[in-house]
Write a protein that binds this ligand. Sequence first.
Ligand code: BJW
Length: 242
Amino acid sequence: MVIDEGLRQVLQRANRVVVLTGAGISAESGVPTFREAQDGLWDQYDPEDVATPEAFQRNPRRVWAWYAHRRQLAQEVEPNAGHWALVEWSRALSWLQVVTQNVDGLHQRAGSEHVIELHGNIHRDRVFDGPLAAEVDDAELPRCPETGAVLRPDVVWFGEQLPEGAMEQAVAAVRSADLMLSVGTSAVVQPAASLPLEALEREIPVVEINAEPTPLTPVASWHFLGSAGELVPTLVRSAASG
Ligand code: BJW
């Protein structure tokens, strides 16, 4: 990773940093990403079958089986050097806000205190507020112990709104930052993908770290192709030196 003089200065002067993260930051912990050609979840599963409210209406058992498996995996893995480097950096800065699309809770387990979860958290349940298809056998589905309502994972599926206030908080954080990082995201899912563009429109520099080029790459202020577990700690060390 070659950090030029311009970036070194931006890093050393930054006091308020927003970091948008995606599945790539958890990849080195052993959590699968979504859109990679091999091993990506969307290579093995059709999002229309597992990650929409309609999929749950049609076949809640299949959706639950998928999330139960991913929930267990997320419990078994550990945060990695990328997550930890952000915690270390947050201690050296006046303010560092993590905005994550990930549902695995690894930023919090690493020790990040300020985390906005745009797509919910796989470890929580909430009530499914739509009807199930008439032919669905709803016996043995997880239910609210108090009301008996059918539960679903507390994540954001395609076509659903983000948690109330999450995007507003994220936009406010971006607007008040003096530096933004985009780490391990394919930068295609909206509205999260609009956040680095919001920063750039306000002339807030954006550094992208990702294993492969994304739609953000050509417009980012600096981009680095490679692993988050290696490059995030290197960037943080460079910010601290000087
Ligand atoms: C590494 C690495 C390493 C690997 N180091 N890097 C057309 C245009 C625009 C928008 C739309 C459209 N059609 C539909 C939409 C809307 C849709 C959308 O954006 N779709 C696009 C795909 C086109 N968005 C929505 O539906 C959102 N809601 C919405 O818009 O609501 C509007 C509304 C208004 C009013 C009423 C109602 C609604 C909701 C989006 C929800 C996304 N949900 C998921 C599942 C969450 C739950 C779960 O986990 O199961 O969120 S989908 C999936 O994608 C997941 C992720 O958070 C999200 C983003 O993926 P991410 O994190 O970027 O992962 P990958 O795999 O894509 O990329 C990983 C990257 O890491 C890769 O590039 C690797 O190279 C890299 N990498 N190893 C560094 N070690």
